[in-house]
Structures are given as C-alpha cells and as structure tokens.
Design a binder for this molecule. Structure first.
Ligand SMILES: *[C@@H]1O[C@H](CO)[C@@H](O)[C@H](O)[C@H]1NC(C)=O
Ligand SMILES: *[C@@H]1O[C@H](CO)[C@@H](O)[C@H](O)[C@H]1NC(C)=O
Ligand SMILES: *[C@@H]1O[C@H](CO)[C@@H](O)[C@H](O)[C@H]1NC(C)=O
Ligand SMILES: *[C@@H]1O[C@H](CO)[C@@H](O)[C@H](O)[C@H]1NC(C)=O
Ligand SMILES: *[C@@H]1O[C@H](CO)[C@@H](O)[C@H](O)[C@H]1NC(C)=O
Length: 461
C-alpha cells in the first residue's frame, strides 16, 4: 500500500507553529496578512522521549519559542468604542472585566466565524454562565427573567463589540436571550437548588476538572447530568409521564435547561478564572467529539477514485479540489481533524472508494483545517486550545500545533471501534494529570497523534 513514505517520523511531532494574524483590514480574511514564523524547537534531542516528557508533570511547557520576530507591518487597528448599554441589565460587568476582554479577543470581528466552534463560542458561553452565576450572589437566582435576559444579552454584545468582538455573536454562536433564562428547569433559585442537589458531591466532582481524563472518565459531566436530572424531576413530576413520547422530549429539554442552571451554580463556587477553566474544559469534550466541517457532495471524488482508479492524477486532482472546500471553513483541533478524516473516509468508502486515497494523494490532517493567507499551510489547534491573545505589536495570535504533515488516517473497521478514549487504554504512560499546564495538554495531544500514527502503521503493514 502506498502512503508510508508520507509518514512524518515521530521525532518531528514536537514541531509547532505560532501563527500571528495581523489585522490589516477587518472584513476579509483574504486581506489579513499572515505572518508565521518557524519556532526554535529546543527539545530536538528529547523528541523521542515524548512519553517521558508527557509523564512528567513538571516538564516546563515551552514548545513555542520565537526564532525571530516578524517585522511589524504597522500597528493593527484597535478601537475601544463606548458601548451603548440599555441601563436595564443588572449584571455586574466590572466584576468580570478581564474575562470579557478575553472573550472579545477570542471572538475578534473577522476571525469569529473561523474560531467559532473551537474557541469563540465556548468562551462566549462560559462568559454568560459566569456572569449569571455572579449575579445570583445578589439575587439568589440562577437565571434571568425573559425581559432582563434581552437587555443583558444586548448589553453583553455591546460591550464585547466595543472591544473588538464580532457584532454577530448571537448568530454565530446561536445564543438567544432564552439561553439566559431558566428555560424549562423547574428549580432555579439557590436555596431550592441546594435543597435538591448534593452540593458537596457536585463540587468534589467538578471543582477540579482534569483536562486530560475528563472527556473519557466524564466524572464531572456525569455529576452535572445527575444534578440536572434531580432538578428536572422536581416539581412533583411523575415518572409515569415518560410513557408518552412528547413528554420524553419535554423531559430532555428540561434536563438541558437544568444543566445550564447547574453550570451556573458551580461557577459561583469558583473564582472567575477557575470557573472559566472548568467550563471550557467541559465544553471542550463536546467540541473534540464532533467534526464541525460541512462535507460537500463526494460524487466527483467517487467518480474519479471509486471502484478501480483509472487515473491517479485525475483522482488526486478531484480529491484536492474537494479538500479545498473544506479548507475554507474553520480552524479545528487536531482531534477534530482526526474525526473529520475518518468521517470523510467513511463517506468515500460508502461510495465504493476502496483505495486509501489519503495516502495516494498525500492528504494530511492539516489539509482539513483552514488554510491561511498565501502560505498554504493549515493550522491545527491543540485539543484544548488556548485563548487568542492580542497585543499591539503582534495583533491577534493563537497557538497551532503540528508543524509536521501527519498523514490523514484512512479509516478502517478496527479504527472506528477505537475511540479517542481508547488511547489512554493503549498508553498507560498518559499523565494522570490534574495540572493545568499547557505542556501537559500538548503532550497529551501528541500522544494522540502518535497513537494515530501507530495505528496507521499497523494498518499499512
Ligand atoms: C461589581 O463588582 C465589583 C468587583 O467585584 C464590586 O467592587 C462592585 O461593588 C460591584 N458592583 C455592584 C453594583 O454590585
Ligand atoms: C439556546 O436555546 C435554544 C432553545 O431556546 C437551544 O436550541 C440552543 O441550543 C441554545 N443554545 C446554546 C448555545 O445553548
Ligand atoms: C489522467 O488525467 C489527467 C487530468 O485529468 C489527464 O491530463 C491525463 O491525460 C490522464 N491520463 C490518462 C492516462 O488518461
Ligand atoms: C458499489 O459497488 C457495488 C458493486 O461492486 C454496486 O452494486 C453499488 O451500486 C456501488 N455503489 C455506488 C454508490 O457506486
Ligand atoms: C478499544 O479499541 C479496541 C480495538 O482497537 C476495541 O476492541 C475495544 O472495544 C475498544 N474499547 C473501548 C472501551 O472502546
């Protein structure tokens, strides 16, 4: 089988790239100058010891050292305007000022649609949760009423917009004012909440969410769900109503609403930074689980690559053309890229494409991500992406991983059964970390990629 020559050797895995996106003009990505620069990888010698690096909680997170600073193309336009506030929202915005600043940068005007799924919307939602949680300390309520929710959402949008955030966040992130209310959760006051839910159990499960293991162990997620269930069943609801299909749907939407109430309550028990971290880590599990890309019709690829491939050039040409449609959509994480590669591969296999055309056509994981500027290089975000940052000299920046061209794994029956949670089973060296260090996250992610490389090797041999 072809394709093995495409494998980057594991030693290159630590390579990383930091993209600095310069804001020249706001409304077209085309007009954003991209400066990327290679970074010193001072751990060259240690590259093969990834497992050891990963296993040591004390290993300093330093994979991103600039080799040379880009020459500034001028100070990016950064405008702090005055938000037009309704005056009718009682949320205390000053108490979460730095959170709002971070959110505005994560959701920066022209970038918001491209970072929406992975960074911007999770951060925006965390901000809303924390704001309402904060206000419950004054009001005793873990939800806004429907009138105030409209004013508050509009005010939040105004504040973020005044700091450079996109003005379309509600649309981009599908947030409605109803998302700030109690929805259909019957319990939303703090006293009622604490009389129904085992608070100490909830806090011990969620007070410190482990970024490495939570997505698989679901310790906090299960505790949140259990609490939401208890709240939803309050109000004298009888389980017998379950026999009717509609009630089941009703009940599940109730649980969704109560889940928001639970998250708000937990965030009141943590300081803002910890609450944000907790919420982002939870939402990240959902983010990585799903490939966010829209796949256009695969007919053309199947036509050129299906059954027996008659002409490799024509097949790869149509595959590359197909990939170019994926590359206009969104920044994605490395785990999402694995999922996307698998999803597309399965679609193609259903259309009788039996050859590993990722291998044949040298399709890499990076080919599934947004390609920026004229560099024709994708940027895969780490599985737990950090926030975007802004400074006057470098503009908006965020960290990308995987400088290397990791071949996209062509799915096989054995691979489908091995979910990403299976990796920790295969790699006992995975750190049992409770630390928040990015170094650990990066290391975990690399384990993931090494895993996929190994499984690919197994498939090819
Ligand atoms: C808002 O929060 C800040 C900081 O936490 C506090 O100093 C201020 O008194 C609060 N304002 C109101 C109106 O509660
Ligand atoms: C907001 O609420 C609507 C229902 O009113 C729901 O469909 C949607 O998923 C919610 N959005 C988020 C981001 O939770
Ligand atoms: C294969 O396809 C390419 C491009 O579609 C074409 O230029 C070339 O002539 C084809 N080769 C054969 C052997 O048909
Ligand atoms: C796939 O191939 C089988 C026979 O090999 C055929 O019956 C089927 O119609 C093909 N499916 C597609 C989508 O081309
Ligand atoms: C892990 O993957 C193996 C195959 O690689 C599969 O047999 C097993 O059922 C998977 N375990 C879980 C928990 O998904």
């Amino acid at each position: 089988m072809g394709g093995s020559q495409l494998l980057s050797p594991p030693p290159k895995l630590l390579g990383s790239l930091l993209f600095l996106l310069w804001l020249q003009e706001f409304y077209k990505l085309d007009n954003v100058l991209l400066h990327s620069f290679a970074l010193v990888n001072q751990q060259n010698e240690e590259k093969e010891n990834t497992f050891m690096v990963a296993a040591s909680p004390n290993s300093a997170p330093q994979p991103f050292l600039p080799l040379l600073a880009p020459s500034p193309m001028g100070t990016p336009f950064f405008h702090n305007s005055t938000p037009k506030l309704s005056g009718r929202c009682a949320l205390n915005f000053t108490s979460v000022d730095s959170l709002m600043r971070t959110t505005a940068v994560d959701c920066w005007t022209s970038f918001a649609p491209f970072l929406a799924n992975v960074i911007c919307c999770p951060q925006f939602q965390a901000t809303l949760t924390i704001l309402i949680g904060q206000s419950s300390k004054e009001t005793g309520l873990l939800a806004l009423d429907s009138t105030h929710s409209k004013y508050c959402l509009s005010d939040i949008q105004q504040i973020l917009g005044s700091r450079g955030g996109s003005s379309d966040l509600q649309e981009i992130c599908s947030i409605h004012s109803s998302n700030l209310t109690r929805g259909s959760c019957p319990v939303y006051d703090i006293n009622g909440f604490e009389s129904v839910v085992d608070s100490s159990k909830l806090l011990s499960a969620c007070g410190k969410v482990d970024p490495v293991t939570e997505c698989c162990s679901q310790i906090c997620q299960n505790a949140v769900l259990e609490a939401a269930n208890k709240l939803a069943l309050r109000n004298g609801e009888l389980m017998t109503s379950f026999s009717i299909g509609n009630s089941l749907i009703e009940h599940s939407s109730k649980i969704d609403s109560c889940r928001s109430i639970v998250l708000r309550w937990i965030s009141t028990r943590l300081n803002t930074a910890s609450a944000k971290q907790f919420l982002r880590r939870l939402s990240n599990c959902n983010v990585n689980r799903v490939c966010p890309l829209d796949f256009p019709d695969t007919k053309a690829v199947a036509g050129n690559c299906g059954n027996m491939i008659k002409n490799n050039t024509a097949c790869c040409h149509s595959m590359e053309n197909y990939a170019s449609h994926l590359q206009k959509q969104s920044f994605i994480t490395n785990l999402q890229a694995l999922g996307c590669a698998s999803l597309l591969g399965l679609k193609l296999q259903e259309m009788n494409v039996s050859t590993n055309i990722y291998g044949l056509c040298q399709i890499t994981l990076k080919d599934f991500s947004l390609q920026v500027g004229t560099q024709e290089s994708g940027c895969l975000l780490p599985s737990l992406p950090s926030d975007a940052t802004f400074d006057l000299s470098s503009g908006i920046s965020f960290t990308c991983d995987l400088n290397d061209n990791i071949a996209a794994p062509w799915p096989s029956a054995s691979q489908i059964s091995s979910s990403s949670c299976n990796k920790s089973v295969n790699f006992p060296a995975l750190p049992a970390a409770t630390s928040s260090q990015f170094g650990l996250i990066a290391a975990d992610m690399m384990l993931g990629v090494i895993f996929s490389l190994l499984s690919l090797l197994v498939m090819l041999l």
